[in-house]
Design a protein. Structure first.
Length: 350
């Protein structure tokens, strides 16, 4: 644990014993939307997971128990309704959301929610539901893990060279460095570095590098079992207290696309829910947290009443198309005091 994290832990423990987070949540007009991704033991995953993406089932259960005791847990629909009325009596209001539709939302999080009778909302990237497709970020993790396991076949090397287009130079260098076995840093660090770099690419650049990764590491990618929910799981949860809404169809950054693409994506994602007879909330969740004036305007025109971004902005005057959420993951919220500070104090969640 680094010094900064240690200092944060000590500070959180001190503030918690003084009831600072509890008091902050009790202030009138206070609401929070929590954002979870995966609920899984990282060792259970077949490829390395980014730290910011998972909470262990044990931490998740403890967090839900804490919320039950200290907060007023509302469904997202109830919270959006209260916000639209500008209800200043709202206090300690918390809504729980999950992004993407991972299979562990059903296998690990749902049993805990059901036992504690806690409502939650899951935002599905509908193109991935019921399929064994993977996000590009996970494909990168699989590729890096494969190289670290000793895979860099001659064919893959040849492909990397022949397919080497303008934007692949970095990829090539990273993969050769990895294969040489002397990066001097953890797999996690390498993956996070690559993802950070690729996230700065535009759609065309990203498409190019991912074509190369698909070609070179197709064997490993194809071996990875389904990571997302099936529609049967969605239907089951939907009948038992879990609500669903759209996180787009494609899960692409919707600020980098033309309006036609955006409108089409929204039509397709709505059709997916309809075809599988799953009711949805008129609330949207921006893929990657990216939004701009166009996305907000098109969503409103398509009938969405609210949309969720990433960030801790949460007051009664918040723009309904830009409701803030606090990301919860194990590295920053594995104790009650860290969790309580994270969800209540801006300087812990910013
Ligand atoms: Zn997402």
């Amino acid at each position: 644990m680094g010094m900064k994290m240690l200092a944060k832990r000590l500070l959180a423990a001190g503030l918690y014993s003084l009831q600072v987070p509890q008091r902050k949540l009790s202030q009138p007009g206070t609401w929070r939307i929590l954002m979870y991704h995966r609920v899984i033991e990282p060792e259970q995953s077949l490829y390395p997971l980014e730290e910011g993406i998972y909470t262990t089932p044990e931490s998740f259960a403890r967090q839900m128990t804490w919320l039950k005791k200290h907060c007023q847990i509302l469904s997202l629909a109830e919270l959006v309704e209260e916000l639209s009325k500008g209800n200043s009596n709202l206090t300690k209001a918390v809504a729980i959301t999950f992004d993407d539709g991972w299979d562990d939302t059903c296998s690990n999080a749902y049993p805990i929610l059901r036992d504690l009778n806690i409502p939650a909302t899951v935002f599905l990237a509908t193109d991935y539901i019921g399929t064994d497709k993977l996000f590009w970020t996970d494909k990168v993790a699989i590729a890096v893990a494969a190289i670290e396991d000793g895979f860099l076949l001659t064919e893959a090397q040849d492909l990397l060279i022949t397919e080497n287009k303008q934007y692949d130079q970095l990829l090539l260098e990273i993969f050769y460095t990895l294969a040489s076995g002397d990066t001097g840093v953890s797999t996690q660090t390498v993956i996070e570095y690559i993802l950070r770099t690729f996230k700065g690419y535009n759609r065309e650049q990203l498409k190019t590098v991912m074509e190369v990764i698909d070609k070179c590491f197709g064997k490993f990618i194809a071996q990875t079992p389904r990571q997302f929910l099936s529609w049967a799981e969605v239907q089951e949860m939907s009948q038992r207290g879990i609500s669903f809404a759209s996180h787009s169809h494609s899960h692409e950054n919707l600020t980098g696309c033309l309006e036609d693409f955006l409108r089409n994506d929204l039509t397709v994602t709505a059709d997916c829910f309809k075809n599988h007879k799953v009711k949805t909330l008129p609330v949207f969740c921006y893929p990657g947290g990216y939004y701009n004036d166009q996305t907000q305007a098109v969503l409103s025109a398509c009938g969405y009443q609210a949309a969720l971004k990433v960030g801790c902005q949460s007051d009664l005057t918040a723009n309904p198309m830009l409701l803030g959420r606090i990301g919860i993951h194990d590295d920053i919220s594995s104790s009650d005091s860290m969790f309580a500070c994270r969800i209540s104090l801006d300087f812990f969640s910013g």
